[in-house]
Design a protein around this ligand. Structure first.
Ligand code: NDP
Length: 468
């Protein structure tokens, strides 16, 4: 019998996903623009060979799949997805389903849903996280689109996904671009998680003068506590690795310019569009952008001198840093979930907040033990900011002084910790009953007669400067 599923784009993610689908007992047709890649993929597929139907043209690919077809696109996001859909559509039957599994911008996904409405095919936009390893053995999957289309693919997506306590990390997020939106916020949080870990590394390396091996030991230790997570785990592994070429610590030979594909930036932009502050994510995006400006940074070090001053264990200890990172993580996720809550209302998605935490609990890059507790907290109150929920309220109280001491120590030592500092400022603002925004209001009224509200009942909506 013919396969029900097909996949286009046998790159890193597509090849891994196709093998995962095949391994779960599903036949799948595959097509890749470059046929040589398909041939190599088939040749390397081993015992799964019988489940795979290789095709060398789009026409043969479509013909090889049983209607109603379920066709997964795993090609680079953007115009290539549109071109691929355009090439595919004339070959499809009514009720065939196109599933874009790349990192599309949710607004593109919304547009593609609109385009699909006036055509015969159906469409799903799904966010897949977990890198190559996740795609091969169990990614986290965030689905956007019609409930009926989700139901049509749910058994297979659940089967291939990661599992958290037997629950599949594959979930319908809502209509249209909801899946890609949630994936976008996931990636924004990923930037922030990575940046905060990098900031802790900077305090160890540049403040305490630790070697990469010492740093590895700290991360390995942290991975057994509240920070237990994939990113802390791999940070330990990369810190411990040795460069096979020079024999030096691997980290010491890697250029300090971080790459990005833009999904963190999208999160920051979309948060601004909603008027939701996500300063930890914004700081992480800015830090990557600053890292790219290496020539200017080198020039700055020459012109102004390096600000670095050594720290001692009187200033900072690994235990303090662990608590600082724990606080930073809670603050970052509180911001991320607040953004999702605002997006859910703005786009009328009814995002399943606690299930988002469950979908992220395993399979994806930001998977961590803490997400399990976040799911429970969101079950109790999905609309309240996480910092007010148990156990995070108490954890913050316990870790706050360590976060402040870390930011202070880093500042004293001239070590930039923009994400941790942004988290602390956000938290300090969240517990400031009276901010200095009265000054902003006075300034606005002064230059623009914008008026203000008063704390008392006096009816005088402008300052005395209006008459001057
Ligand atoms: P790769 O670069 O490894 O593979 C890209 C695939 O797309 C190849 O099969 C390539 O075919 C095909 N392709 C490229 N250009 C065209 C084109 N113009 N027309 C038709 N096919 C084309 O990418 P990834 O697998 O890493 O990424 C795929 C998607 O998944 C992206 O949207 C990415 O953002 C997303 N993603 C990636 C993750 C990762 O960790 N890598 C994680 C999560 C999502 P050919 O062999 O002919 O070049």
């Amino acid at each position: 019998h013919k396969p029900e599923y097909g996949l286009i784009g046998l790159g890193t993610m597509g090849a891994a996903l196709a093998l995962n689908i095949a391994e779960k007992g599903n036949k799948i047709a595959v097509y890749n623009r470059t046929t040589k890649v398909t041939d190599e993929f088939i040749a390397a597929s081993g015992a799964l060979r019988d489940q795979l139907v290789a095709t060398a043209s789009l026409k043969d690919f479509v013909a090889a799949i049983q209607a109603p077809r379920k066709i997964i696109l795993m090609v680079p996001a953007g115009p290539i997805v549109d071109a691929q859909i355009e090439a595919l559509v004339p070959l499809l039957d009514a009720d065939d389903l196109i599933i874009d599994a790349g990192n599309a911008h949710y607004a593109d996904t919304n547009r593609r849903f609109k385009e699909a409405e006036t055509a015969a095919y159906n469409f799903l936009g799904i966010g897949v996280s977990g890198g190559e390893e996740g795609a091969r053995h169990g990614p986290s999957i965030m689905v956007g689109g019609a409930q009926s289309d989700w139901e049509a693919v749910a058994p297979v997506l659940r089967a291939i996904s990661a599992k958290y306590e037997d629950t599949p990390c594959a979930e319908h997020m809502g209509a249209g671009g909801a899946g890609h939106y949630v994936k976008m916020v996931h990636n924004g949080i990923e930037y922030a998680d990575m940046q905060m870990i990098a900031e802790a590394y900077a305090v160890f390396r540049d403040g305490l003068g630790w070697t990469s091996t010492q740093v590895a030991e700290a991360f390995e230790q942290w991975n057994t506590g509240p920070l237990a997570s994939y990113l802390v785990e791999i940070s330990g592994k990369v810190s411990r690795a040795t460069d096979p070429v020079t024999g030096k610590a691997m980290l010491d030979v890697i250029l300090d310019q971080a790459g990005q594909k833009g999904t963190g930036r999208w999160t920051a932009i979309e948060a601004q569009m909603l008027g939701v502050p996500v300063p930890v994510i914004e700081a992480a995006v800015a830090a990557r952008n600053l890292s790219a400006k290496r020539d200017t940074r080198i020039q700055g070090a020459e012109r102004f001198g390096s600000p670095l001053q050594p720290l001692t264990s009187d200033d900072i200890t690994p235990e303090m840093l662990e608590k600082a990172l724990t606080a930073g993580k809670i603050l970052c996720y509180a911001q991320g979930f607040e953004m999702l809550d605002a997006a859910s209302r703005h786009f009328e998605w009814s995002l399943p907040m606690s299930n988002i935490a469950r979908v992220w609990r395993e399979g994806c890059i930001i998977r961590s033990d803490m997400l399990g507790d976040m799911a429970e907290a969101l079950d109790k109150s999905s609309s309240q900011n996480l910092i007010f929920s148990a156990p995070f309220c108490d954890m913050l109280m316990d870790c706050e002084s360590a976060l402040r001491a870390t930011v202070l120590a880093a500042t004293k030592a001239g070590i930039p910790v923009p994400a941790l500092a942004a988290g602390l400022s956000w938290f300090d603002t969240m517990r400031t009953a009276r901010t200095p925004a009265n000054m902003i209001q006075a300034q606005r009224d002064f230059f623009g007669a914008h008026g203000f509200k008063r704390l008392d009942d006096v009816d005088a909506p402008h300052g005395p400067w209006a008459a001057q």
